[in-house]
Ligand binder design. Structure first.
Ligand code: I24
Ligand code: DGL
Length: 264
């Protein structure tokens, strides 16, 4: 099927999901919207995040997508159900896949969840984990300082390790064998997170787990694109195209990516 898969995010963070898509499903056409102009969603109200997410989904529904991925954890947490109800195509978020990956990986059923304030306050990960494993012990932790260190580029500096260490203090003394990266940006500081958690803790990236689910859905609905000629992804941003473009070039190693402005 030639129709593209839609991917929406609060900004550029959802490119961590696109990167996994390009690795695992390289023949699939992608059309992405990043709401850079209104990023971050993490500290916003539920109502705002629901409204903004519906606007992005509506824009992509007009581009004839065969499926929609809500790559943003904060948006998934509060808007997945509403988006699903409104559109005929399959809609998938990052939270149930992340929860499933964590439950599969955990031997003890004790799981830490890292995310934005919005994601953690929604308890969406807790609900998804408990549905799969009712006796799970869950340690949710909001890490509001992690998105800013990635977005400032400071995640590459010496400083980042200390910021991550402080952010994880809330897990001190807690027992768990799996930690979920419940935010698009956290894979960029994964090595710091791993370094400040007990070495037995296995880290699960919701971005990676989500793409397994995308593949499963495409196959079950028989809507994969079987042509192996590559189609360049299209990226829309509500913000400035220039900085968006250089992040796409750098993060996805795509030369001269197709980045366009969109108004929602
Ligand atoms: N990473 C993110 N957001 C940014 C950034 C970054 N600036 C540098 N890096 N800025 O998210 C957010 C503000 N907008 C303004 C308008 O244009 C788009 C950005 C994380 C992205 C994860 C894929 C650091 C950086 C980079 C290249 C690749 C990855 C990365 F410069 F983290
Ligand atoms: N995309 C968001 C998430 O995964 C992180 C950035 C933001 O707060 O908008 O939760």
């Amino acid at each position: 099927m030639e129709a593209p898969i839609g991917v929406i995010d609060s900004g550029v963070g959802g490119l961590t999901v696109v990167k996994e898509m390009l690795k695992r499903l390289p023949n699939e056409p992608i059309v992405y919207i990043g709401d850079d102009a209104r990023c971050p969603y993490g500290p916003r109200s539920t109502q705002e995040v629901q409204e903004f997410t519906m606007e992005m989904a509506t824009a992509l529904s007009k581009m004839d997508i065969k499926m929609l991925i809500i790559a943003c954890n904060t948006a998934t947490a509060v808007a997945l159900d509403e988006v699903r109800e409104h559109f005929p195509f399959p809609v998938i978020g990052v939270i149930v896949p992340g929860a499933r990956g964590a439950v599969k990986a955990s031997k003890t059923g004790k799981i830490a969840v890292l995310g934005t304030v919005g994601t953690i306050n929604s308890h969406a990960y807790d609900d998804a984990i408990r549905t799969l494993l009712p006796n799970a012990t869950i340690h949710p932790l909001a890490c509001p300082d992690f998105v800013p260190i990635v977005e400032s580029g400071l995640y590459k500096s010496e400083n980042a390790s200390g910021v991550v260490k402080k952010g994880l203090v809330g897990l001190a003394g807690k027992d768990f064998d799996v930690a979920i990266l419940g935010c698009t940006h956290y894979p960029l500081v994964q090595h710091h997170i791993q370094a400040h958690l007990p070495s037995k803790v296995q880290i699960i990236s919701s971005a990676v787990e989500t793409v397994f689910d995308v593949e499963r859905i495409l196959l079950s609905k028989n809507i994969t694109r079987d042509d192996s000629s590559k189609v360049a992804p299209i990226f829309y941003t509500t913000g400035q195209t220039q900085q968006f473009l250089s992040i796409v070039e750098d993060w996805l190693a795509i030369k001269k990516p197709d980045v366009r402005h969109i108004m929602l």
